[in-house]
Design a protein around this ligand. Structure first.
Ligand code: F6P
Length: 324
């Protein structure tokens, strides 16, 4: 905590974009301005600091964006910033621009960068959880995951029609990096028959036995959701066909899950978290990550926010099997 009033902040989005990031940008900018704090937008994540792609943002700059997917600040993954020299250079440039605190909207990797700036360079940072993966501590949801799950469900509902009509097994690969959160939510919400996640060992033999038995009982289609961190859909499809003798197909949903208009929930989450980040800055608290836990704003040290496991993973996996 410090008594010195911050006059200007920098704001960037980093890593994979997520629907709702624009709502968070809008809230940070307008709340900061309402406290008399100027905001510089940094384009293309941490790389934008190094390239000095820094532009002042006004109330108007964030008009008409709350409903839009992606991020108006663009985003990127920066190798140069990942190096110690890159971080030293970034701090120098931020100071040259009279930026006194950096607000980072991003996921796991982006939080690690913000933690290092704060802990090793003494530069004030705040983390705002923006990733479809929902793999950060201190918040029940990250900005973007609600929309991503809905987008995946819409796509899977369509696949279900053809799976059912052609009596096929479908393996559907969803995003999530090293987390099975999206896969578990989507499997439960889509009424899938099985879900494969990176956090748990998966017994392919047992699944194929269930598939064979199901077909004997007259079950005509089978939908298996796999998290990208647990395996490749095309390999799993060929394993399943070899082990069961049944026809299978695969679908990789990919980046479609990151796009589209944010759901109401992601807009509201982004807005609440953006405002919470500015409140921290006004109070002179840095090195913190903002989140919402059980509908209350929750603040934790940035360094504690990374690598969360979905706490309902086993409950969801069991339900998927029971409800098959
Ligand atoms: O972290 C968000 C995410 O969409 C992950 O789910 C995925 O593994 C990764 O980003 C893909 O990144 P890129 O767009 O750089 O390929």
């Amino acid at each position: 905590m410090t008594d010195k009033k911050v006059k200007k902040i920098g704001l960037l989005t980093s890593g994979g974009d997520g629907p709702g990031m624009n709502a968070a940008i809008r809230a940070v900018v307008r709340c900061a301005l309402s406290h008399g704090i100027a905001v510089d937008g940094i384009m293309r994540g941490y790389q934008g600091i190094l390239n000095e792609e820094i532009i002042p943002l006004s109330h108007r700059s964030v008009s008409n964006i709350i409903n839009r997917g992606g991020t108006i600040l663009k985003t990127a993954r920066s190798r140069e910033f990942g190096t110690p020299e890159g971080k030293t250079k970034a701090v120098k440039i931020l100071k040259q621009h009279k930026i006194e605190c950096l607000v980072v909207i991003g996921g796991d990797g982006s939080y690690q960068g913000a933690t290092t700036l704060f802990e090793e360079h003494g530069f004030p940072t705040i983390g705002l959880p923006g990733t479809i993966d929902n793999d950060l501590y201190g918040t029940d949801q990250t900005i973007g995951c609600h929309t991503a799950v809905n987008t995946a469900l819409e796509a899977i509902d369509k696949v279900r029609d053809t799976a059912h009509s052609m009596e096929r097994i479908f393996i559907i690969e969803v995003m999530g990096n090293k987390s099975g959160y999206i896969a578990a939510e989507v499997a439960l919400g889509a009424g899938a028959e099985d879900v494969i996640v990176p956090e748990r060992r998966f017994d392919y033999e047992a699944m194929c036995t269930r598939i064979r038995e199901g077909y004997k009982r007259g079950k005509i289609s089978w939908m298996i959701v796999v998290a990208e961190g647990a395996g490749k859909a095309h390999e799993i499809a060929s394993t399943v066909t070899t082990m069961t003798g049944l026809e299978s197909r695969f679908v990789v949903l990919g980046h479609v899950q990151r796009g589209g208009d944010p759901t109401g929930r992601d807009r509201i989450l982004g807005t609440r978290l953006g405002a919470a980040a500015v409140n921290l800055i006004v109070r002179g608290e840095f090195g913190k990550a903002v989140g919402v836990l059980q509908d209350e704003i929750n603040i934790i040290p940035l360094r504690d926010a990374t690598h969360k496991e979905f706490k309902h993973l086993d409950e969801y996996r069991n339900l998927v099997k029971i409800l098959t």
